[in-house]
Write a protein that binds this ligand. Structure first.
Ligand SMILES: Nc1ncnc2c1ncn2[C@@H]1O[C@H](COP(=O)(O)OP(=O)(O)OP(=O)(O)O)[C@@H](O)[C@H]1O
Ligand SMILES: Nc1nc2c(c(=O)[nH]1)N=C(CO)CN2
Ligand SMILES: [Mg+2]
Length: 436
């Protein structure tokens, strides 16, 4: 397996009856040497003889080799059957973006013999409409299984164990109160519980990782141990690597980082080692400075958020977190004015389209939206008390799900779960109609 360890699996988010994975990597091996090594790996993994094109434990093929074409008795590059196989094309597309970013990729496009390159070829094959069919779906490895996040929208219930959160500060600090709230949210339909022990509202003063851990751990352990939490996911809302690491060792399944790695230089490396999904949220500055005027300058908010999130995901990849483990979040209320939050809520498809210019893989990442009870809703609806902002939150959740969000982070699970169900039913109806 040595060679596979050297290779960096760039993006793979697909599963079906078989798992299909594409890897883009650098190697010193020549094409025939590489084929020899791949054949040896297949053999070591138990593939011997067997039916051509039939079931097998593993099949390693070379699709492209830089800009080269190879044609020998034992090797043809580009691989001859790329063009007839949606299960090859789909993950291959996720390695690309809509604009070719180097000569090699331009060359791969030219191999398709179409002026629109691989993109046109994929569209002709059926494109995005093939996902969900042909045994292909987008999934995220989580806990011990695969989470098929594209089938329906997930509801993340917020559990703040902070004395100073803007909406529910102080309410769930005791372990009993926190467990009761987690149990209630699960009974109301929460798929995940996001536990946070540090308030990140504007101007919140920062507490240390030690203090955060002291607040978090008793609650996390109690929630993780609840029989009702069986089959549910627990995320930890933290920007500290130490907290993320400790929390995952005690039962958290994913890390939710409002800073996308910018507030703790060890965060990305640590999360890479934890091998759990990572929520990378867009924010400029830190909670103390995010609403400063320099952090609120946008020409085109969706475009800039897309490009800034993409940079964070790229950093995460370079630190060892594969892009397919990343969940993206445009960060409602973080370094945003009311108008920016509204631009995001109506512009989620634009954010994805903008990311797609760089990487189809990242543009198809699960997207989380967290508008719950935020201040801009208070401004729009003249609701000073945060817990009066639930109807306004539902409006945002509705727009988000219809715009392509896959996870909504909310305080009031009961009412938002209904909104999500209706939106999912509408989306299903829309896709059925598009097919007919
Ligand atoms: N680009 C390529 N990548 C891998 N093998 C190739 C390539 N071009 C030609 N071959 C040859 O094809 C032979 C059979 O391939 P393999 O054993 O992978 O069959 P298969 O897996 O049933 O077919 P496929 O990979 O198309 O599904 C290999 O031994 C190899 O010599
Ligand atoms: N991923 C994510 N995490 C958060 C968010 C949010 O919008 N997204 N909002 C918060 C403040 O309420 C705290 N944490
Ligand atoms: Mg093969």
């Amino acid at each position: 397996m040595n060679i596979l360890k050297q290779l960096v699996p760039t993006k793979h988010r697909f599963s079906g009856l078989t798992k299909h994975c594409r890897v883009r990597a650098v190697t010193k091996l020549g094409p025939h040497e590489l084929l020899g090594v791949l054949k040896q790996i297949e053999k070591d993994m138990g593939r011997s003889g067997g039916i051509r094109y039939g079931p097998r434990p593993i099949d390693l093929d070379i699709l492209f080799y830089g800009k080269f074409k190879v044609h020998s008795e034992i090797l043809t590059i580009p691989h001859e059957r790329i063009w007839e196989r949606p299960f090859v094309m789909a993950p291959l597309m996720d390695l690309l973006g809509s604009s070719a970013d180097c000569d090699t990729v331009t060359c791969w496009h030219s191999f398709s013999l179409l002026s629109g390159g691989l993109l046109e070829f994929w569209e002709k094959m059926g494109g995005e409409s093939l996902i969900g069919k042909e045994g292909m779906k987008r999934v995220l490895p989580i806990k011990s299984g695969l989470w098929d996040w594209s089938q329906r929208t997930s509801v993340m219930g917020i559990l703040n164990v902070t004395p100073d959160s803007f909406s529910d500060g102080g309410k769930f600090v005791s372990v009993e109160a926190a467990v009761t709230q987690a149990r209630l949210m699960i009974s109301e339909g929460a798929d995940m519980i996001d536990i946070g022990a540090q308030s990140t509202r504007p101007m919140a003063s920062r507490i240390s990782a030690e203090e955060e851990l002291d607040r978090l751990m008793p609650v996390l352990e109690a929630v993780a141990g609840m029989p009702e939490a069986e089959g549910k996911l627990i995320s930890v809302d933290t920007f500290y690597s130490e907290v993320a690491s400790e929390a995952v060792s005690k039962g958290a399944h994913l890390v939710n980082d409002i800073s996308a790695g910018q507030l703790d230089s060890n965060m990305l490396r640590v999360v890479a080692g934890l091998k759990v999904p990572y929520i990378a949220m867009h924010m400029r500055g830190e909670p103390h400075t995010m609403q400063n005027s320099e952090n609120l300058q946008y020409d085109d908010v969706c475009k800039q958020i897309a490009s800034e999130i993409y940079s964070r995901v790229k950093d995460a990849e370079l630190s060892g977190i594969p892009a397919w483990r990343v969940i993206i979040d445009p960060g409602i209320g973080f370094s945003k004015k009311t108008e920016h939050n509204l631009d995001i809520l109506v512009g989620l498809p634009n954010i994805r389209a903008e990311i797609a210019r760089k990487s189809f893989g990242v543009s198809h990442a699960p997207m989380l939206i967290g508008p719950s009870r935020k201040k801009f809703l208070g401004h729009i609806c003249s609701r000073i008390a945060a817990d009066e902002r639930d109807p306004a939150t539902i409006a945002c959740v509705t727009a988000s799900v219809l715009g392509g969000a896959n996870i909504v982070r909310v305080h009031n699970v009961r009412d938002n779960a209904d909104s999500v169900k209706v939106c999912d039913a509408m989306l299903k109806q829309r896709s059925t109609k598009n097919l007919s």
